[in-house]
Design a protein. Structure first.
Length: 153
């Protein structure tokens, strides 16, 4: 397996640490990532997390813009100003910092959500609401036939 798949809810310990799911740690190890790049998701109260490839993806896109232009400035603010590096401890845990808590509303539990080449951190009730809305949009697409192919049942 080389994709972040599924979701898991883990509790935050008294020191503010949470265990990254073992399957996610395996993927990170396969890719040789010892440090995680994290940034505040645009439009959702979630943190996008991946290896350096996630940051490089944003930097590649920024390189296509005029470095003195507003689009570049916005992207730079997003990728760097709303980003941080997270480190694992010896047991595969990360610290849930104020950077994470202030954007997500996470308090005592974290939902880790696989998103193919990165994963997200969510507050559980906000994730459940978001997942329900996404399902409704997909059902509406299927019912409306707005897609060439129907969604799987």
């Amino acid at each position: 397996m080389d994709r972040f798949l599924s979701s898991a809810v883990n509790a935050i310990d008294a020191k503010g640490r949470v265990s990254v799911p073992a399957s996610f740690r395996q993927i990170l190890a396969q890719r040789g990532f010892r440090e995680l790049y994290a940034l505040q998701s645009i439009g959702h109260p979630a943190i996008d997390v991946g290896g350096m490839d996630l940051l490089e993806r944003y930097e590649t896109r920024m390189a296509q813009e005029d470095p003195f232009g507003e689009a570049f400035a916005d992207m730079s603010l997003f990728a760097y100003g709303d980003g941080a590096f997270l480190k694992f401890d010896g047991e595969g845990r990360i610290t849930v910092t104020d950077f994470i808590r202030s954007h997500t509303g996470i308090t005592d539990k974290v939902v880790f959500v696989g998103r193919n080449d990165f994963f997200q951190l969510w507050e559980p009730s906000q994730f459940e609401a978001h997942r329900a809305e996404a399902r409704q949009r997909l059902l509406a697409m299927r019912a409306g036939g707005s897609s060439q192919r129907s969604a799987p049942e």
